[in-house]
Design a binder for this molecule. Structure first.
Ligand code: AMP
Length: 361
């Protein structure tokens, strides 16, 4: 795939020559060179994030694939975007097998790129394909890896604030890694500070943020992780609201309406009067998911989707749940992804497939 024309794609370094009088010689654009970014050759685009496009590229000296994230600068009046700066700073302080590795930053002809380890799929993409089905042991491993990554982040004092399928990456060795730290931030472990509640993609946003909370902690990621756990088993997002009120209504219809018994602090939340439930709904969680999940899996998912953030299970506690420690089968990485799956599945490919299907219909 070619890189879009509107992009500030630089000429390759080898094309930019300097005349003997010191002024740059006229650049003659060679098509194939458009794909070269330093030692990397772009293979294709695999993603479109809020802050820039992501490309699969080949390191021509090592023969290893990497991911290049082009940092969007067009709208920036004040130089390097603060969100990207935050992401880089955070990523540079992280080193754990379930968190994406940032290898280096690359400045090439006026454009700035982040160079990451390459991941063959993301969860949204892989759950949308029909060639390969995860076994119970695979699903357990994916959950375990997700909680390990989150336990590491939370221990380091970082809240991710955008856990969702397209930000959870997977490679053909069955390794899962958390990515996209554009909304992540360090939080004060001892003193709860005031943050924005306009974070986390709507479907994965916890009820306290939908009720206007601005004082929150890593529990917000655990709600999102609960949504992901259910999605892994059912292959569908569970709470798919169109707006904030509808999102809450969708949640009420699955786990019932909250009250001061289930969530003592609910009445103190900023938007409580505005968004509180108008009619009661029963908790139908067990009834709805029993056909997909074992009792220990349901127990853990229920502890993740707990209304009261102070009672919600932490990532470290989740790793100690009977679902992981005693229930059979034991977790097993989906290493066979390699031989049983054609192609690479990112949200972008799954969107493309859906569009193709719609066109056919
Ligand atoms: P982001 O801007 O980080 O949200 O990335 C947008 C999309 O690009 C993700 O949903 C992934 O599908 C893809 N992507 C991001 N990082 C990588 C990576 N390291 N390897 C492969 N694909 C990636």
């Amino acid at each position: 795939m070619e890189i879009d024309d509107d992009e500030p794609l630089p000429p390759s370094a080898t094309n930019e020559t300097v005349a003997s009088n010191g002024t740059p010689a006229k650049f003659t654009k060679k098509k194939h060179r458009d794909k070269d970014i330093g030692i990397y050759t772009v293979v294709n685009q695999v993603g479109e994030g809020t802050f820039g496009k992501v490309y699969k590229a080949l390191n021509t000296t090592t023969g290893v694939h990497i991911a290049l994230k082009l940092i969007r600068m067009e709208q920036e009046k004040d130089g390097f975007p603060v969100t990207a700066m935050r992401e880089v700073k955070l990523l540079q302080s992280l080193n754990q097998e379930n968190v994406i590795r940032l290898y280096e930053m690359l400045v090439h002809c006026g454009s700035v790129y982040m160079v990451f380890e390459y991941m063959d799929h993301d969860l949204t993409g892989i759950l949308s394909q029909n060639q390969f089905t995860f076994t119970e042991a695979h699903l357990k491993s994916l959950c375990h890896q997700m909680f390990s990554g989150l336990a590491y982040l939370h221990h380091k004092g970082i809240i991710h604030r955008d856990i969702k399928g397209s930000n959870i990456l997977l490679n053909n060795r069955g390794e899962l890694k958390l990515a996209d730290f554009g909304l992540a931030r360090f939080y004060q472990k001892r003193r709860r500070a005031d943050y924005t509640n306009r974070v986390i993609t709507l479907w994965y946003r916890p009820p306290e943020l939908l009720y206007g909370a601005t004082i929150y902690g890593p529990e917000v990621d655990m709600w999102s992780a609960g949504c992901i756990m259910l999605e892994l088993y059912t292959k569908k997002a569970v709470f798919t609201g169109n707006d904030e009120l509808h999102q809450l209504d969708t949640i009420y219809r699955v786990i019932g309406t909250p009250d001061s018994h289930r969530w003592p602090d609910i009445g103190n939340l900023p938007w409580y009067e505005l968004v509180k439930p108008r009619e009661p709904h029963p908790n139908r969680f067990r009834e709805m998911f029993t056909k997909w999940m074992s009792p220990p899996a349901l127990d853990l998912a229920e502890r993740l989707l707990c209304y009261d953030p102070t009672k919600r299970v932490t990532a470290a506690e989740a790793l100690q749940a009977p679902y992981f420690t005693t229930e059979e089968p034991q977790a097993e990485r989906p290493v066979m992804l390699n031989s049983n799956l054609e192609g690479e599945w990112h949200e972008m490919e799954s969107k493309r497939e859906r569009a193709k299907k719609r066109k056919k219909e």
